[in-house]
Design a protein around this ligand. Sequence first.
Ligand code: SF4
Length: 261
Amino acid sequence: MSLVNDARLVARGLRSAVSAPALPWKLTCAVTWRCAQRCTHCRIWRRPAGDELTVAQWARVFASVGPALSWLDLTGGEVTSRADFGALARAALDACPSLALLHFPTNGENPGAVEAVARELQGGHARFVVSISLDGPPQLHDRLRGDPGAFDRAVDTWRRLRSLGVESYFGMTLSDYTVAHVDATRAALADAVPGFRRTTSRTRRWPTAPGAPHPPTSWPSSSGAGASRATPRTSWSGSTSATCRRTSALAARRCRAGRWR
Ligand code: SF4
């Protein structure tokens, strides 16, 4: 199933490169602004949660692009802040028969909630991937997130997902706070999870000139002034979990994104 879905994704990407699709084939949907963590590099937790679309409203959104959609990212905030997140993601699967990849990131703050959602989504027709955010080795991660014990809970989340057979990765957002700690993070994970390994390494260079074009953002709610994160989030097609958020301080710097499993 995974190979078939990957092939469908590649074919869809190639098709969109030669002719503009009438409907989007990839969507990133921010389904909540709620989050219990207090990351230094993020403004989401500072903003009011506001009204959220209901599951039924999201289902209408998904239905409007359903036949065309191949790749869906559901993000936040922390998606498991919504008690109905499993139902929301299930609505996406039901409305999108061609979906090849369903991904959501989590801060891993609530391992039980993530595990429950994963159980609900297992066995769908789309490849299902969860990425767990890390900012560094335990002390740094907990400090940047304002949340003692956050690293251990993130690792617990990963263990639970793996024990279910869910494809899951750790992802690290590089910023001035974290860029020097990639290797220490990998070492901490190797200590926490014997046999843990890094599977890919990617290097991207951000544009060096102010105002130079950069990969298109897929953050749907970033248009309002101060509406979302302090740092735009950029997703690259071809990678299921390696994402990097550009900071102005990093705009002229090499940015590496790693994923580990
Ligand atoms: S970066 Fe993620 S986990 Fe951290 S405060 Fe923002 S939404 Fe929450």
